[in-house]
Design a protein around this ligand. Structure first.
Ligand code: PLP
Length: 378
């Protein structure tokens, strides 16, 4: 990196005067814990964005998953179908609920859960499916919703990375029995740390609200008929979330422009930027790049190292969850008998995340292009 070149980071929150104004208002109101006007405002604003009846704000996306699983009635003997290729929280929450994750294969290219593998993974013990809308791209929901109807399974969408994405015209989060979102600092809408469970079902909503707040009886203060949790979001966080939700269109436009810049400069290089299916309307979250087929994991990791030396931040795609000790013992289901998860393996080895901050300009993106071209020789 020359002295004039700036560090290009993968992700930074895009915060402005509106976030500052609302945050100060929350601070000055004295309502800095989990009661206050911004909580209600954020919940209704985010529910509107998802096209659902209600959103329950919680402390993070993992807590949201945990609560959604418990509200769905998932118990220790149950199996929950999850993708093998996702962020760890999807499966960790299944373990928090004491249930058994069953890891299934991904769709080639986009990496979302493969519905054909989901169908093969169902047993009499299956209680729920968690399709993950990965890197801003929706999972193929119709066959999963059909399985849910015929096999009476609960669907919890994991939309942590895909606020506002659409599947065949339907907004992510509005299709399953419940959906969860994360508002971690790198997400499209951030509250620093934060999450939400969204649903159209008032009984599930009530159950999530009950469990997230120490399972206190609504009509009898300090009476707790079950063991609950403190998974509440603060009014300070919600204040930032309100500003971000109001700025959603602007945030999407900025991120969309960055992805277009990458698509232009990488045209014809064999690198695929933010792959997408015809039936999907993904949201621009991070810039994801798939290196040409045949590139090995070690080469990808070496590229990441060399980009780092040039002041360009990047991240590998997730490891398969089945590769890691807490998740290795559980069943994995793919379309082949021999090697169960070749598509997940392939995408996990070839993918990387490139600088995606909203302030990038054409020069920055060309710098990334050149650094990658130097490495792969295009
Ligand atoms: C797919 C997915 N699910 C769940 C989570 C968990 O969210 P949080 O980090 O807010 O707990 C994340 C990540 O942030 C995620 O990417």
């Amino acid at each position: 990196m020359s002295i004039t070149e700036r560090f290009l980071s993968v992700a930074e929150p895009d915060l402005g005067p509106l976030e500052e104004q609302y945050l100060l208002a929350a601070f000055r109101s004295g309502w800095i814990s989990s009661l206050g006007e911004f909580i209600d405002r954020f919940e209704s604003g985010f529910a509107r964005l998802c096209g659902v009846r209600s959103a329950v704000a919680v402390s993070n996306g993992t807590a949201a998953l945990h609560l959604a699983l418990l509200a769905a009635g998932v118990r220790p003997d149950d199996e929950v179908i999850v993708p093998a290729f996702t962020f760890v929280a999807t499966a960790a929450a299944v373990r928090h609920a004491g249930a058994t994750p069953v890891f299934v294969e991904s769709e080639p290219g986009i990496g979302t859960i493969d519905p054909k593998a989901v169908a093969m993974a169902i047993t009499p013990r299956t209680k729920a499916i968690i399709p993950v809308h990965l890197f801003g791209h929706p999972a193929d929901m119709d066959p999963i919703l059909e399985l849910s109807r015929t096999k009476r399974l609960v669907v919890i969408e994991d939309g942590a990375e895909a606020h506002g994405a659409k599947y065949k015209g339907r907004v992510v989060g509005s299709m399953g029995h419940m959906a969860i979102f994360s508002f971690y600092g790198n997400k499209i809408i951030t509250t620093g740390e934060g999450g939400a469970v969204v649903t159209n079902d008032p009984i599930l909503e009530e159950r999530v609200r009950f469990l997230k707040d120490h399972a206190m009886d609504r009509h009898r203060r300090y009476w707790h008929p079950e063991i609950g949790f403190n998974y509440r979001m603060t009014n300070l966080q919600a204040a930032i979330g309100c500003a971000q939700t109001e700025r959603f269109a602007e945030l999407i436009a900025k991120r969309g422009r960055i992805i277009e810049l990458y698509r232009e400069v990488f045209l014809g290089t064999g690198l695929i930027i933010n792959p997408s299916k015809a039936w999907a309307e993904p949201v621009p979250w991070l810039v994801t790049a798939l290196l040409p087929d045949g590139v090995r994991r070690d080469d990808r990791d070496e590229l990441i190292r060399q980009l780092g030396q040039k002041g360009i931040d990047s991240r590998p795609y997730f490891h398969l969850l089945t590769a890691m000790p807490p998740y290795a013992p559980f069943r994995r289901v793919g379309l082949n008998e021999g090697s169960p998860l070749p598509n997940s393996e392939n995408i996990s080895a070839r993918g990387l995340i490139l600088p995606s901050v909203t302030w990038l300009n054409e020069e920055d993106v060309s710098r990334v292009r050149k650094a990658i071209a130097d490495f792969i020789g295009t």
